[in-house]
Design a protein around this ligand. Structure first.
Ligand code: G
Ligand code: G
Ligand code: MN
Length: 441
């Protein structure tokens, strides 16, 4: 389908996607250690600062020169301005740079700082116990990178090398295709729907992640053609599943910028009509922060979509600057808890507290809570104990081509007893709170 090969530089230099890192630590040895590891992991631009004040000055200087920092590694104990003060300052400045808190101190203290950061509206992407090795740093960098809304908003440097003409061509030729990630009921393990995630395999560059091309599509006026193409392909897929006896619903990611498009509601409606799909079968996922930013016109569009029967999901919940009041005013039907609060929640107290609060809030608002990024049986059991509505994640299934879903489902059904069993274990005292009323219909 693509014709001429396009000359481009590789999009992502390393798997974690972090191109530029700032290490803030007063110990020269620790700083060099971190920088050396980061270099080995393929980070291209390495910056260092010896305390919080120096870090802020460094950020100003880099910004003035048009450079961007993708992630920060912040030591807690430093002279002049320590790590806690730096995190507070970054929050005051509304910084969107993902950061990892690193310290030799006890885990409870580091977790405490991470909790404070969350309370300030800027959750830490991760915590690191010093001394750390290469794989621990890689894990931390990965937490700062793809999938994190911080990066979605910042127009990451990884997006700079994406060729707009190639992207436009890929959209119009149908080279960007939907994959589907299963969403299951936490109580029963049963399949409830799938999230549609865009996948681009470029013949020249290989796999290009959505975190890299979605911001470019948004910036270059290509997000509507892309969304329309993905929506159409997944609506057709729904029909194909239906023919095979599978009646599913889909969740489509809707870029915030689209909410202010005048005929959005009508255009989506026309596509559904064409494919004979009811709005009730379609969930629209909208990033939490966006609703705040586009408040005026977005509210009208959201209300009209809801009136017509679409499900409305608040995506990446917990990572934006949401006010509870706003959340209550917008007619959301689903709350998707960001995976940074889910992954590892069974062993990290501060994550568990946030996760539990989000689930409780969902219950109070009578909307379904969906946990993203469930990777382990332990986190799954915790979600059951906390009474979370639905979950998705690699434990259940990765995003896959539509035709693979029936095959996955066959396999999944054989796992149901195991998935349900962990609920019994959780109820017997494995999880910190007793199961409460489920919000699922
Ligand atoms: O698998 P994952 O890397 O697919 O997706 C990364 C992020 O990209 C997700 O947070 C998701 O919200 C976003 N994303 C994936 N596909 C689309 C899409 O079609 N439209 C929009 N707006 N965002 C998408
Ligand atoms: O729209 P959103 O941010 O919710 O998209 C979900 C993102 O999370 C996608 O990038 C998807 O590939 C990714 N994802 C889904 N399940 C898991 C998981 O269990 N672990 C991790 N690390 N990422 C996941
Ligand atoms: Mn989503």
């Amino acid at each position: 389908m693509t014709t001429k090969p396009i000359q481009r530089t590789p999009v992502i230099p390393a798997s974690h996607g972090i191109v530029s890192l700032l290490v803030v630590d007063d110990s020269v040895v620790q700083r060099q250690h971190a920088l050396q590891l980061a270099k080995t992991l393929g980070v291209v631009h390495l910056h260092e600062a010896c305390d919080g004040l120096a870090a802020l000055a460094m950020l100003d200087r880099l910004e003035a020169d048009g450079h961007q920092v993708d992630a920060m590694l912040i030591d807690l104990e430093m002279p002049i301005m320590d790590g806690v003060q730096l995190v507070q300052k970054l929050s005051e400045r509304s910084s969107i740079i993902p950061f990892v808190v690193a310290s030799t101190r006890e885990l409870a203290l580091i977790e405490g700082v991470a909790t404070m950061a969350s309370a300030l509206g800027r959750p830490a992407a991760g915590i690191l116990r010093k001394p750390f090795d290469q794989s621990a740093l890689l894990g931390a960098l990965e937490r700062c990178a793809p999938g994190r809304p911080e990066r979605k908003r910042m127009g990451a440097s990884t997006t700079a090398s994406i060729d707009v003409a190639a992207l436009t061509q890929a959209i119009s030729s149908g080279q960007i295709v939907p994959h589907y990630q299963p969403k299951v009921d936490v109580r029963t393990g049963l399949l409830r729907g799938v999230e549609v995630l865009s996948r681009w395999h470029d013949p020249a560059c290989g796999y290009i992640p959505p975190d890299a091309f979605i911001p470019v599509a948004e910036r270059e006026g290509q997000i509507w053609p892309l969304t329309l193409s993905i929506l159409n392909q997944s609506l057709a897929q729904l029909a194909s599943w239906r023919q095979r006896g599978l009646d599913l619903s889909i969740a489509v990611n809707l870029s915030p910028s689209l909410l202010s498009q005048a005929d959005l509601v009508e255009q989506i409606g026309a596509q559904l009509l064409r494919h004979g799909v009811r709005p009730e079968q379609v969930m629209l996922e909208i990033t939490e922060s966006s609703v705040v930013a586009y408040q005026g016109s977005a509210l009208g569009a959201l209300a009209r979509l809801r009136m017509q029967g679409y499900g409305l999901s608040i995506d990446d919940f917990g990572t934006g600057f949401s006010s509870m009041q706003q959340l209550a005013r917008i007619p959301f039907t689903e709350l998707k808890i960001d995976r940074s609060f889910v992954d590892g929640a069974h062993r990290q107290n501060h994550l568990r507290v946030i996760l539990q609060s989000a689930i409780e809030m969902g219950k109070r608002l009578s909307i379904i809570s969906v946990a993203e990024g469930v990777e382990t049986m332990e986190d799954w059991a915790l979600l059951q104990g906390l009474g979370c509505g639905q979950a998705q994640g690699w434990l259940i299934g990765k995003a896959m081509p539509g035709d693979d879903i029936p095959v996955w489902l066959k396999q999944h059904v054989t796992r149901l007893p195991q998935l349900r069993q962990s609920r019994n274990r959780a109820a017997r005292g494995g999880a910190p709170t007793a199961p409460t009323k489920d919000v699922n219909p």
